[in-house]
Ligand binder design. Structure first.
Ligand code: ZN
Length: 168
């Protein structure tokens, strides 16, 4: 597992080899980005979209959160990171495709579907997407439809929908 020291070592390796090998690309990217694809993915450490799709820097605009959620658009001037990223990607970057990338063995989805954090206080899981705030919000039909679709225990859903021994 990486600790801060190994992350610094990785950074230095990157600067010495990976960065210099693509120096022209980095110089071009310093002038701006124009990715064609936006990916909304889970924060899970096992499923890095750029690694999975073998993408280069500048090729994908990525937003990650627990359980790759896309909350409803709420123009209330609050701090909605996913909405802001979507708006930027569509109106400024002019991305051509938006992909929501789920994955197997997602702890966020498992917690949401089993109600693991339902009713818990913020700071104890209740403010996470897997808590009740997002999935069970009144008027949000996403949560109930998922729940009715996943009527069997989560383990059965997981094996049917994701069905592998890999989180990818
Ligand atoms: Zn996940």
């Amino acid at each position: 597992m990486a600790d801060f020291h190994t992350l610094l070592e990785g950074y230095h390796r990157f600067r010495e080899s990976g960065w210099s090998a693509q120096r022209e690309r980095w110089s071009r990217l310093a002038e701006g980005q124009s990715p064609k694809v936006m990916i909304i993915a889970c924060s899970d450490s096992r499923v890095d979209p750029t690694q999975i799709f073998d993408a280069n820097p500048g090729e994908m605009f990525v937003v990650r959160n627990v359980a790759n959620l896309v909350p409803p658009y709420e123009p209330d001037r609050a701090y909605h990171g996913v909405s802001a990223a979507l708006e930027f990607a569509v109106t400024q970057l002019l991305v051509e495709e938006i992909i929501v990338m789920g994955h197997g063995f997602c702890g966020g989805c498992a917690a949401a579907l089993t109600g693991q954090f339902a009713g818990t206080a913020p700071g104890e899981g209740g403010s996470s997407p897997a808590g009740s705030t997002c999935w069970e919000k009144p008027g949000n039909e996403f949560g109930p439809s998922i729940r009715s679709w996943t009527a069997p225990p989560f383990a059965q859903w997981s094996s049917k929908a994701c069905g592998s021994a890999s989180p990818i």
